[in-house]
Design a protein around this ligand. Structure first.
Ligand code: ADP
Ligand code: MG
Length: 374
């Protein structure tokens, strides 16, 4: 462990006890590759926090350091205000649910779930009772005597979940637990895990590369890239007020158009788009005149037609994807700018026809300018 800079030390004492999990200046290298870099994170008691990012951005490494499976090269990890660097995984009061279930194949469901309690030398009747309760909570009441191989993937993951909650850990850690399951089951288990977590009130850190999963389940999302956190905020804020073009592109559907800032106030600016249109945009406070930016236009914020809006882009309709309750109209504005416009209730509105040249308007407040570098 590298010593922390003196400047950072007071912050540890201040946060001690207030957060369920605190990471401060965490770094982890594998050979010459930096997997996690200068990472700070506070998780509130009872919170469901998701680490979201593309493959290889350092999510699993971060989770494994919290669990104690990996030791950070620098920085500090506190659980419930206590520095845990000297504690092995089994003394950290965390429990992990893995993508691959990681059940003992030769042990019954009951023995798998009760394993942690047996390690903690709890009396047999107590183990039996708590295992039964945990299995009931995950919808597997009475399945004690099955072997994991006799269960479906979804059921096996429920067993893994029961095994994690039965020890009543202070922190539940999830590493892409739904990624091996098919979509329907994934959608169902998302909600079940979320409900269970809310009921039990256990602080949870959930790792996924699936933005929908993150948006649906989380109290807050930390969007990671290259071993760092780009933005930590509520799902709504991450969606509405992304800090940069990477976050905007990673979460939700987005149109991102290049432009240059010609004028900037503290949170509003004027952008000359690559299409030569001028738009007024909000910005995260980090854009100044002369900057190259990407302008975010969410498909549902755009309107077909000119609609009297101050900025209008015109182009030919090249694709219409009608899903019944929502349709996406794709308009080619210039060689490199293509806009996706979401139309809700397309039945009530006459959709254009392929090849039509139509205006797309940008209502006031719809555009957000984002720094390209960050
Ligand atoms: N045991 C390891 N040895 C070498 N490199 C590793 C090891 N574990 C992870 N890495 C590298 O560290 C980076 C982060 O990996 P990981 O935390 O697994 O990412 P994620 O879970 O976000 O996909 C990747 O570049 C990965 O290749
Ligand atoms: Mg991973």
């Amino acid at each position: 462990m590298t010593a922390l800079s003196a400047a950072k030390r007071p912050a540890i004492q201040e946060t001690a006890g207030r957060y369920a999990v605190t990471l401060l200046g965490i770094r982890k290298e594998f050979g010459s590759a930096v997997a996690v870099e200068d990472l700070d994170l506070d998780v509130r008691p009872g919170e469901f926090l998701t680490l979201l990012g593309p493959s290889g951005c350092g999510k699993t490494t971060t989770l494994n350091m919290i669990a104690g499976f990996l030791t950070p090269d620098a920085g500090q990890i506190m659980l419930d205000g206590q520095d845990v660097h000297h504690l092995p995984p089994d003394r950290r009061d965390t429990a992990m649910v893995f993508q691959q279930y990681a059940l003992f194949p030769h042990l019954t469901v009951g023995r798998n779930v009760g394993y942690g309690l047996q390690m903690r030398k709890r009396p047999k009747p107590e183990i039996r009772k708590r295992v039964a309760e945990a299995l009931e909570r995950v919808g597997l009441a009475g399945k004690e005597d099955r072997l994991p191989g006799q269960l479906s993937g979804g059921q096996q993951q429920r067993v893994a979940l029961a095994r994690a909650i039965v020890v009543q850990p202070k922190v539940l850690l999830f590493d892409e637990p739904l990624s091996n399951l098919d979509l329907k089951l994934r959608e169902q288990l998302r909600l079940e895990i979320k409900h269970l977590q809310r009921e039990l009130g256990i602080t949870s850190i959930f790792v996924t590369h699936d933005q929908t999963e993150a948006l649906v389940m989380s109290d807050r999302i930390a969007v990671m890239r290259g071993g760092r956190i780009d933005q930590l905020d509520t799902p709504e804020m991450i969606y509405r007020e992304p800090a940069n073009a990477f976050v905007a592109g990673f979460i939700g559907q987005s149109n991102l158009i290049s432009g240059v800032c010609t004028e900037a106030g503290s949170d509003r600016c004027t952008i000359e788009l690559s299409t030569s249109n001028t738009v007024h945009a909000r910005h995260p406070g980090t854009v100044t005149a002369g900057d190259s930016v990407r302008v975010l236009l969410r498909p549902e914020a755009l309107r077909l037609g000119s609609d009297g809006a101050p900025s209008t882009l015109t182009g030919a309709v090249i694709e219409i994807i009608n899903e019944g309750n929502i349709a996406t109209v794709v308009v080619q504005v210039s060689t490199d700018v293509r806009l996706r416009v979401a139309v809700s209730d397309p039945g009530a509105l006459r959709l254009p026809t392929l090849g039509d040249v139509i205006p797309v308007s940008i209502p006031p407040g719809a555009a957000r300018a984002l720094p390209t570098g960050g």
